[in-house]
Design a protein around this ligand. Sequence first.
Ligand code: ADP
Ligand code: MG
Length: 692
Amino acid sequence: MSDILGDIFSKCITSVKGIGAKRAKLFNKLGIFNVGDLIFYFPRDYEDRSCVKKIAELEDGERCTFIGIIDSKVREKHIRKNLSIYEVSIGDDTGKITAVWYNQHFIKNVFRPGEKYIFYGTVLKKNTGLEIQNAIYEEENKKDKLMGIVPVYPSTKGLTQNIIRSSIKAALEQAFGKLEEVLPEWVKRKYNLLDLDYSIFNIHFPKSNEDFLKARYRLVFEELFLLQLALLSIKNTLAKDKKAIKFKGYREKIEKFINNIGFNLTNAQRKVFDEIERDMESDKVMNRLVQGDVGSGKTIVAVIALYKAVINGYQGALMVPTEILARQHFETIQHLFLKEGIKVDLLVGSQRTREREEILKDIEEGRTDVVVGTHAIIQDNVKFSRLGLVITDEQHRFGVRQRATLSNKGDNPDMIVMTATPIPRTLALILYGDLDISIIDELPPGRKPVETYVVNSSMRDRVNNFIRKKVLEGRQAYIVCPLIEESDSMDLKSAEKLAEKIKKEDFKDLNVGLIHGKISPKQKDSVMESFLKGEIDILVSTTVIEVGVNVPNAAVMVIENSERFGLSQLHQLRGRVGRSEHQSYCILYNEGKGKVAKERMKAIKENNDGFVISQKDLEIRGPGEFFGTRQHGIPQLKIANLYSDMDILKKAQEAALELINRDPDFIMEEHFLLKKKIINEFGDKINILSLN
Ligand code: ADP
Ligand code: MG
């Protein structure tokens, strides 16, 4: 049977009534090649034309439907060379209205006095009377009306809504009763999901709002269910046949270590460490994402996990994206581990060969317990003797492949990835479906929220005075002049000019450090180092200041052209200050105008929680734009909305888990079609992720 089905779906769209070679080309532009593509081409919106009004009830500016009798011949007026107007009078028993079309020459031959039509469009109340412009119309007694709830499709030039609608209608007629139902019966029953046939028809041509909602629910569920199944299968493949290290508890020892840190862990840090411990002690390989807002204290959680690995007799590795961050983590960790007799080594690109060779030898022969470093750690010549725990910090800078390279240096070591990029949970589930997620959702006590101000360049003098005042009080400041594209030389020039001006004119009496595109990574590190030591008062930078860098004495963050950053990025930058008991300030120069720019600035000013901010970012920008989902390898979703379909996602996930538990390899007959579809749709992604 399924051969026949396959045939219908994979038939070229020219087999659909009304689609010839020319139209087919236009459909191709929309990514529609066969009948299946057409049927699964979902509307982006709907117009409700189902509520029919009398002419006297029509209101100014309203989009609505009315029925009327043609009262006049079509009048044709040539306004100028490329503009002709066609007008006709329409009436019903309550009033009159004029319909106007621009340049639609065929209108002349459409209407005859006395005929009855349905019209839909935006009504205007002019002093000459009611008018409707470029109305959509249809003969009143026509069967199969398009005047109910009408789908609106993403389109392309030359392809009208009516053509798309009638083509889809024709395709649906051809395929009706022959759509392949992939959802197993038990899932449909448990989650009250309608049949595919019915749902597909109603997503295109819903009879009522209720039908639409039910149809959409089923289709969204299916899409997210398949996605979750794909992700869970990946996770399964990764975990399969891998015998993990079963770390021992050593609870007392760890408790003692924690008591010597110098502060109390927050409850959130405790909770996350518990989750990590449970994973470490189990026989499954840990693949855990630790998410926490900037400053929530992820490092120390990593340190305790490393401690646990080391006292179990294993080595640990911490990989970070930049040298400065590596050095900083190295110092923190060494400080805590030295008194425990644990040997920590740093591995970064700028080390001299001699020094490096010695470290490599210590790592390979097992004298080194913990390695902190950059990409230098994943070079071929780095060999561990018994790597048991691998941690990557600020993981969005590392790809799946780099994570895998690192973990391949051990024998199925446990893995933690840490990120300060707070992502709404819905997205996290999809982005990191191959990972378990822990969230540090609490900041250490005593932190004062950063005070945020949005200003424009007319306030430059006041802002500069403020910075100077803070520096004289002993604080330090960052000034970021953004450079959006590294390759944009115009941008580079203006950012560097501004930076030079700040250094040479605005603050020539203070110590100003400058980081820009032309200085070497080594110079950059040395400037950062001086800033960290307090030798520099103001750090001006044309690039984004390294994520994760911790300079507690810095209390002012100024961001030029802040309209050019994403909200989450602004929040990250702001997170560089507010890391001590000093009240901190973030000043955003904003030249962006318009509603979205205002909303964005309001969101960043009023919120201090990274998760809330990323949620806002998602709301304001829409899920499509939200940090380029394509780049992250998420398949483009056809119908589900990651922002508003959270509830359905949860159910879909629960169902997917149940299925995977029952039938991890999809060997039951009722799961065959499901497996086929997942491989069809997510095959690429599965391959990408299982490249370990
Ligand atoms: P992030 O999560 O951004 O990586 P860090 O780990 O760099 O944050 O921690 C930020 C600062 O907070 C560090 O100076 C760290 O020592 C401090 N810190 C972490 N946890 C606590 C805590 N429970 N109580 C007090 N200070 C803490
Ligand atoms: Mg950090």
